[in-house]
Design a protein around this ligand. Structure first.
Ligand SMILES: [Ca+2]
Ligand SMILES: [Ca+2]
Ligand SMILES: [Ca+2]
Ligand SMILES: [Ca+2]
Length: 360
């Protein structure tokens, strides 16, 4: 979460050191992957179950950018696998992965001509994005239940605030009493910053009439801004605010690539990844900047972020096909998708041959 409140000078410093690094180093360390906040959090700092349920997630499946403005590295896998994503992660048996991928291919190939066109892939992406939406609605039911135990269908900001502070280890009753008496809460600076950001978001999610109470639907857009146009706009605003160094509410390429790679703890992880900068530049120039004038406006960023935009889905479909289209026919055949299994599913099939070999 601390990443939200990077200061401008820190970004500037990083931009400068990034440029210096690029000048000094021609080789790229392929292991120095940009640190994705959410994945770091999962590995190094597992949050409590309760906190996970009630806090807006850093990472949203099927969204092009993370909440902190980083490119979602797994986007194409998320829109290709839909809710089956985790199965591929957990399933380490290449033979089963292969069969599953063959099964997916036959479903994407809607007209059964043994070839996946951009239109077919687009249709599939829209369907899988919808799956992530339904998943979020399902999860939100549980989260809402956790913040609304009396089940009256409404949660006040104070009720939520108490739950959040309790999940951070503060005494629940003490906090509730202080709120009741309008006393100062006296929490640490970081918690205070998170609270303020949550509060802004809470009021954004509160549809008119503004009563500071969220119902289940409003709570869904509080946790998942992709479910409401208004919240999507708010998320875009937040991202631009964090990146926009000259405060003109627009992003230049240099503003877009000056984002630090993530919250990192050791020096090694801070190593600058050339690939990361290149990819970010490419995304900015070719996709986000819709009219290619070198400036990304809020509208352009919102268009790009909208997971239900069919034009984006077609673009994504074409990109995915281009990656694996070895025979250059602008379609994907089964062999191509199997060969590029790691790109589509995150798991390699190359090991399949070796494993079979080892068995005998
Ligand atoms: Ca087809
Ligand atoms: Ca700017
Ligand atoms: Ca533009
Ligand atoms: Ca092909």
């Amino acid at each position: 979460m601390a990443n939200y409140w990077r200061t401008a000078w820190c970004r500037h410093l990083l931009a400068v050191s990034m440029a210096l690094f690029c000048l000094l180093h021609n080789t790229t360390d392929v292991h120095a992957r940009p640190a994705n906040m959410s994945s770091l959090k999962d590995k190094n700092n597992p949050t409590s179950k309760e906190e996970n349920e009630i806090l807006p997630p850093d990472h949203l499946n099927g969204m092009k950018l993370e909440m902190d403005g980083h490119i979602n590295k797994d986007f194409h896998q998320e829109v290709f696998l839909g809710k089956e994503m985790e199965e591929f992660e957990e399933d380490s048996e290449p033979r089963r992965n292969r069969n599953k991928l063959i099964d997916i291919f036959s479903k994407v190939d809607f007209n059964k001509d043994k070839s996946v066109s951009a239109k077919e892939m687009q249709r599939w992406i829209v369907e899988k994005t919808e799956e992530h939406f339904q998943e979020a609605v399902r999860e939100n039911k549980m989260s809402f239940h956790a913040v609304d135990p009396d089940g009256d269908g409404h949660v006040t900001w104070d009720e939520y605030r108490v739950k959040f502070l309790a999940s951070k280890g503060f005494n629940k009753k003490e906090m509730a009493d202080k709120m009741k008496n309008s006393e100062e809460l006296k929490v640490d600076e970081e918690t205070q910053e998170v609270l303020e950001s949550l509060k802004d978001r809470w009021f954004q999610a509160d549809n008119p009439p503004a009563d500071q109470l969220l119902n289940e639907e409003e709570f869904l857009s509080f946790l998942h801004p992709e479910h409401s146009k208004g919240m999507l706009k708010y998320m875009v605003k937040e991202i631009v605010r964090d990146l926009d160094q000259d405060s003109d509410k627009k992003l230049t390429l240099s503003e877009f690539i000056s984002l630090p790679m993530g919250t990192v703890e050791n020096q090694q992880a801070q190593d600058i990844d050339d690939d990361w900068v290149r990819e970010r530049k490419k995304e900015f120039e070719e996709v986000i900047d819709g009219n290619h004038d070198g400036i990304v406006t809020m509208e352009e960023l919102q268009e790009y972020m909208d997971p239900m935009n069919e034009y984006n889905a077609l673009n994504e479909a074409k990109q995915m096909i281009a990656v694996a289209d070895e025979n250059q026919n602008h379609n994907l055949e089964l062999e191509e998708i199997l060969k590029y299994s790691e790109y589509f599913t995150g798991s390699k099939l190359m090991d399949y041959a070796r494993n079979v070999h080892e068995e005998f």
